[in-house]
Design a protein around this ligand. Structure first.
Ligand SMILES: Cc1cc2nc3c(=O)[nH]c(=O)nc-3n(C[C@H](O)[C@H](O)[C@H](O)COP(=O)(O)OP(=O)(O)OC[C@H]3O[C@@H](n4cnc5c(N)ncnc54)[C@H](O)[C@@H]3O)c2cc1C
Ligand SMILES: *[C@@H]1O[C@H](CO)[C@@H](O)[C@H](O)[C@H]1NC(C)=O
Ligand SMILES: *[C@@H]1O[C@H](CO)[C@@H](O)[C@H](O)[C@H]1NC(C)=O
Ligand SMILES: *[C@@H]1O[C@H](CO)[C@@H](O)[C@H](O)[C@H]1NC(C)=O
Length: 498
């Protein structure tokens, strides 16, 4: 384990940390390259990397659950906030930025994945990435997979505790739907499992955001069955090739396709300089062979004109590489935690009713009028298994119809305008958004103990992320962390009674 400190002199809390951890390896100051190197490593959003971004007082990289227990107790006793970081992909940098004195518990050494094929389960330490999960499953079985996200460097600590959507969700639901047990260190430094934490807390950490309730140490997940061969195909269509009508058709159909067929769309501006246009990429995977896919497409979406030449058969694990644009690399690349960093801002919506052709044209116009780097719209269809799970089964409430997320590098104005315009077309009362695509524009907590903090949160971001599950989450919070120690700008406030 390493404890990195930004202290330039020995404060009493520093000494406490010293006494606590006999195995301290490194101690440096906040300006030292080692400190910044550790801070930087899993920092994925460069918006939060500037010298003026507040830095932690300590970065701790535990190697044993007892270290996490000690850090929680010690931080609480010394008035430090705890920010837990697994993969560091938080859209708003919550896992490594805070305005108050704070400690980062970085789970970079918590990445063991033990696979039990016979039992079709796996224990996954919270600091593992989803790429590491996919890799280890594939080393044990070519018939199993796990329904999580696309980018392999995303950490399971944040990802699963926020829901976790990916290419298998129409068949098996979100990642959090497939959690069987969990280990968590609570606010008192106690290490709990499903049995000792109780069903309320176990419900809450599956989609309610782990950081509200403690430090997730590991998950027990259910492996899902995949065929030995899956088929991927990507078909790009531009405006001048009829993209608008095809996308319109896709909106009405994709959530009704066979659950083995997952087709999302990625919309972006092409040719920024001359002949600027919009491209809709039909980014797809079929859980079966080309032989089975072609007649299904003929029936479900003939307008796309899919041909054998557009398709590639491969193992499921290789399809995860393909989805991440890493196809052709050895699968060991899934173990690489070094993700190319960018500046980004993301937003999400759940679209319940198809957007008309006329309105699509207006959306294209906003995108085309944007800066030379305009937002990318990623649209994921729901339906299939997603429709079968009740909204209150786990805190992740967005189930039927289809979903739309957007991500923009740098050019936040255009994405905010687009989001405002999209407001006319997406889920209402309340508008829905996905916790994993965290967005502070939806509203933030201003203080830890303020009067009315529950209603304020519910009426802004709370109901948007969690719909009616927000109240239960706030009551669980009150049970496990009544003093609101695990606080951040969008943490769930404790609610003692309705
Ligand atoms: C490039 C990119 C691609 C993405 N693709 C997808 C996708 O395909 N599908 C999808 O659903 N989402 C996707 N996301 C969103 C991603 O799932 C969330 O940002 C998720 O929270 C990241 O988890 P993390 O552990 O990497 O992040 P972190 O920044 O480490 O953590 C995110 C939040 O979870 C908390 N947290 C982390 N670990 C723990 C823990 N062990 N215990 C308690 N709390 C913890 C943090 O404190 C923070 O609040 C993507 C994000 C990026 C940047
Ligand atoms: C940390 O990241 C920032 C932003 O990318 C960069 O400017 C800086 O040089 C990095 N520092 C170290 C020590 O890696
Ligand atoms: C733009 O379109 C015109 C008309 O189709 C074509 O002649 C020209 O070569 C295109 N320019 C570029 C850079 O593609
Ligand atoms: C994945 O694809 C690569 C490149 O085509 C291939 O060499 C490798 O055998 C495949 N691995 C698996 C597990 O299918």
């Amino acid at each position: 384990m390493t404890v990195l400190s930004s202290a330039s002199s020995f404060s009493s809390s520093l000494i406490t940390f010293f006494l606590l951890f006999s195995s301290i390896i490194t101690l440096t100051t906040s300006t030292s390259p080692t400190f910044i190197k550790f801070l930087n490593f899993s920092l994925q959003n460069l918006i939060y990397s500037s010298p003026s971004t507040p830095k932690p007082n300590f970065i701790i990289t535990p190697t044993h659950a007892s270290h996490i227990q000690d850090v929680v107790r010690c931080s609480k006793a010394n008035g430090f906030q705890v920010r837990v970081r697994s993969g560091g992909h938080d859209y708003e940098g919550v896992s490594y930025v805070s305005d108050t004195p704070f400690v980062i518990v970085d789970l970079i050494h918590f990445r063991k994945v033990s696979v039990d094929v016979k039992d079709e389960t796996s224990w996954v330490e919270a600091g593992a990435t989803i790429g590491e999960v996919y890799y280890h499953i594939s080393k044990h079985s070519d018939r199993h997979g796990f329904p999580a996200g696309v980018c392999p460097t995303v950490g399971v600590g944040g990802h699963i505790s926020g829901g976790g959507m990916g290419f298998l969700m129409r068949k098996y639901g979100v990642a959090a739907d497939n959690v069987l047990d969990a280990e968590i260190v609570d606010v008192n430094g106690k290490l709990l499992n499903r049995k000792s934490m109780g069903e309320d807390l176990f419900w809450a950490v599956r989609g309610g955001g782990g950081a509200n309730f403690g430090v997730i140490v590991s998950w027990k997940i259910r492996l899902v069955r995949v065929l030995k061969v899956v088929t991927v195909f990507n078909v790009p269509i531009r405006l001048e090739e009829g993209a608008t009508t095809l996308f319109f058709k896709w909106q009405n159909e994709a959530h009704r396709f066979h659950e083995d067929l997952f087709m999302r769309t990625i919309i972006q501006v092409k040719n920024p300089n001359a002949n600027k246009t919009i491209e809709v990429l039909f980014n797809s995977i079929f859980f079966g062979t080309v032989e089975k896919l072609l007649p299904l497409m003929e029936k479900s979406f003939p307008e796309l004109g899919l041909e054998r030449i557009n398709c590639m058969e491969m193992s499921w694990v290789n399809s995860t590489l393909h989805n991440a644009q890493l196809y052709g690399e050895p699968i060991e690349i899934l173990l690489n935690r070094d993700h190319p960093k960018t500046y980004f801002k993301g937003k999400s919506d759940f679209v319940k009713k198809a957007i008309s052709i006329a309105d699509l044209d207006k959306i294209w116009k906003i995108m085309l009028d944007g800066d030379d780097k305009s937002p990318v719209l990623i649209n994921d269809p729901f339906g299939g298994r997603m429709n079968e799970i009740a909204e209150n089964e786990i805190p992740f409430p967005h189930r039927s119809d289809w979903k739309d997320g957007k991500k923009s590098p740098e050019y936040i104005d255009t994405i905010r305008r687009l989001h405002k315009y999209m407001g006319r077309h997406v889920s209402k009362s309340p508008r829905g958004a996905f916790l994993n695509y965290k967005d502070f524009d939806l509203g933030v907590n201003t203080d830890i103990n303020g009067i009315g903090r529950y209603l304020k949160a519910r009426n802004s971001w709370g109901a948007i992320y969690f719909k009616n599950n927000f109240e239960r989450l706030a009551m669980v919070k009150n049970k496990v962390d009544p003093e609101n120690f695990f606080w951040n700008q969008q943490s769930i406030p404790p609610l003692s009674s309705v």
